[in-house]
Design a protein. Structure first.
Length: 255
């Protein structure tokens, strides 16, 4: 019999690599099999969008001991890949609205609910045309508290989303509502609705998406994690699936 150090030298293997191999369990245990099945289920539940960090967080909340590093190894073993897109560079601008200043100034760390809300509108392909989704987020929890969909990106759409948020949160007072400088937020009707609800208005600088980063991040998550690449077959299908994402996956499952 030869010492391990001699054998490792002969076969050109590091001793630390040998010790790591020897410490690994060659037989798959029932616990490991259940963990792998749970990782597959979480990945499928997210429509193949969840990465190692999200899978580790969700699995830990469900009673499995899992770090993001081990989740990375197991995802490679199971052939699971996140479909998240790479980062994108944006142009910066400094022009504020003439009458509505940028009150928020990127202070996204809110300490109480119903203090600052933000909103935005995005587009979704449904059937043979674009439909539009307006969402209102509470910055305290980043939870979607109001949303509406229609075929027109007009003031009626954004007002419906605001009405839903205002009613669902029990008509709170002393709010700040932040958005971009879209015409559906600068219109007289929308500003009158904010005045009726006693909500102060704040607006991003023109062309500066970072001033409304939480909303941009929400829509990025929606489009990369949930929406089908080819779009939806109908408006009703799009509306139901987006609602399932907001109420089900985003607010209840996603970290």
């Amino acid at each position: 019999k030869y010492p391990i150090s001699v054998l490792c030298h002969v076969f050109n293997v590091n001793r630390s690599s040998y010790r790591y191999w020897a410490s690994c369990e060659l037989v798959v245990t029932p616990e490991q099999r259940r963990l792998e099945c749970e990782i597959k289920a979480i990945h499928a539940e997210s429509k193949e969008s969840a990465g190692a960090r999200s899978i580790a967080t969700i699995a830990s909340e469900r009673g499995f001991t899992l770090s993001r590093y081990r989740a990375t190894r197991l995802m490679k073993k199971l052939g699971l890949v996140s479909c998240q897109q790479s980062k994108h560079r944006y142009k910066k601008a400094e022009n504020e609205h003439v009458t509505i200043p940028n009150v928020l100034k990127r202070q996204f760390a809110v300490v109480e609910p119903n203090t600052v809300w933000c909103g935005d509108v995005t587009y979704i392909w449904a059937g043979n045309r674009w439909c539009y989704l307006a969402v209102v987020l509470d910055l305290f929890s980043r939870k979607a508290i109001g949303w509406a969909m229609s075929f027109s990106p007009d003031t009626e759409l954004t007002v419906k989303a605001l009405d839903m948020a205002f009613e669902s949160r029990g008509k709170p007072k002393n709010l700040i509502f932040h958005s971009d400088q879209g015409c559906h937020y600068t219109s007289l009707k929308y500003r009158q609705r904010l005045w009726k609800y006693q909500i102060s208005q704040s607006m991003s600088r023109r062309g500066n998406c970072w001033d409304n980063a939480p909303m941009e991040r929400f829509f990025r998550s929606l489009k990369t994690e949930w929406l089908p690449i080819q779009g939806y077959k109908s408006f009703s299908e799009a509306k139901q699936d987006v609602t399932d994402y907001i109420i089900g996956y985003y607010c209840e499952v996603r970290p």
